[in-house]
Ligand binder design. Structure first.
Ligand code: HEM
Length: 365
């Protein structure tokens, strides 16, 4: 999105995480909105403002660094690289001519919006997918066979390869059915009074749509609680917002604009994990005993991290010190997945180190 690694990335991830906690958290002030005193006591608004200021400052810094790098490249006569999102927004701002001028505040908000909406959701889905695969070893085997048969010892999975991975796509669909990353979608407000299923819904009511419950409703799904990717094999049901029994990305005008991006991102990450590694649960833990407790939040991830032992399978390199990696902890943000891929791309030559909690793959040696 910003074309490079952000130098204050760790700070930014912490701030992002804090913002995500604040969003759905309990706020006493919401119960007594007319009382500034209660609002002051709860402190949520104060923390939200501070978080907003911090994010805005960090985004400003990301944009500045970005501009400086570009300017230096131009000064050195370097070939202009492809435009990234920030380039495009800055160019539009410079060109002007819009009915409503694009301010720096708007640019910051767009980038932040994409980071907030796109990171935790995708990382959470990936973690749930791996958890379900560990609980259903036959599904895991089938997915790995698809990848390994098709890729035939290629050293790296690329986007082009994903077209052939039909079963992998079914796995992601089934994961999103059971574990929609944003289970209550985004809140809506009734613009007019209406009646739904006999209930009066007055104008101005906040409406929450429970996509999680809809995806598990036995009226629409056989063996609703079971993880069965095959259910989508001959089914036309899709998450594009036309089938209301399955709406992990929402529906209507506010449907997730990052749906296609998310889909390819998750496919690529999951494909690489399943293609390169076999996975084992912690000692003595049976698949059926894996803890699937959900956390509480706007996005719902696992309450407890998924801990797995990876065993390198492809490419098979006898010189690879398997003992380097003993336990991977799936947690945190998807951007960090790319660090992991960079490590893969370097032929595993970079020795894995203990990573911070913000890394998607926390390597415990
Ligand atoms: C598995 C991954 C994802 C899931 C499950 C997901 C799900 C959702 C849902 C349920 C909504 C609310 C839709 C509604 O209320 O009807 C939403 C909104 C949104 N999503 Fe995603 N999303 C994902 C990934 C992404 C990515 C990768 C991006 C961008 C890079 C993104 C950007 C957005 C934005 C900007 C909105 C807000 C739209 C608005 O304000 O109306 N999402 N997403």
């Amino acid at each position: 999105m910003i074309g490079d690694r952000f130098s204050r990335r760790d700070e930014f991830l912490v701030s992002l995480e804090e913002g995500l906690k604040l969003l759905p958290g309990f706020n006493l002030g919401d119960l007594f909105p007319s009382s500034p005193f209660v609002s002051f006591l709860s402190g949520t608004a104060r923390r939200a403002h501070a978080n907003h200021r911090k994010n805005s400052e960090l985004m400003g810094c990301a944009i500045k660094q970005h501009e400086e790098r570009r300017a230096a490249a131009v000064a050195n006569g370097a070939v202009q690289e492809e435009e990234d999102l920030v380039d495009v927004l800055l160019r539009i701002q410079k060109e002007g001519g819009l009915d409503m001028p694009l301010t720096m505040g708007m640019i910051k908000a767009v980038i932040l919006d994409l980071f907030i909406a796109g990171s935790e959701t995708s990382a959470t889905t990936l973690e749930w997918a791996m958890s379900e695969l560990m609980r259903y070893p036959d599904v895991m085997k089938k997915a790995q066979a698809e990848l390994r048969d098709n890729l035939n010892c290629k050293t790296k999975v690329t986007e082009d390869d994903l077209v052939q991975m039909k079963y992998l796509k079914l796995i992601i669909k089934e994961t999103l059915r059971l574990h929609p990353a944003a289970p209550l979608l985004l809140p809506r407000e009734a613009r007019e009074s209406c009646k739904i299923l006999g209930y009066d819904v007055p104008k101005g009511t906040t409406v929450l749509v429970n996509a999680w419950a809809i995806g598990r409703d036995p009226k629409y799904w056989n063996d609703a609680e079971e993880f069965k990717p095959e259910r989508f094999e001959c089914s036309k049901i899709d998450f594009k917002g036309m089938d209301f029994e399955y709406i992990p990305f929402g529906a209507g005008r506010r449907i997730c604009p990052g749906m296609v991006f998310a889909q390819s991102n998750i496919e690529l990450a999951l494909a690489a994990l399943l293609y390169h590694f076999d996975w084992k649960l912690e000692e003595e833990l049976k698949p059926s005993e894996l803890d699937m407790t959900e956390d509480i939040g706007l996005t719902v991830g696992k309450k407890n991290d998924l801990l797995l032992h990876p065993m390198l399978r492809v490419p098979h390199r006898s010189d690879m010190a398997h003992s380097n990696i003993k336990l991977l902890k799936f947690s945190g943000m998807l951007y960090n997945t790319w660090v992991f891929f960079a490590w893969l791309a370097h032929g595993f030559s970079v020795r894995p180190i203990r990573l911070t909690r913000c890394w998607a793959f926390d390597v415990t040696t």
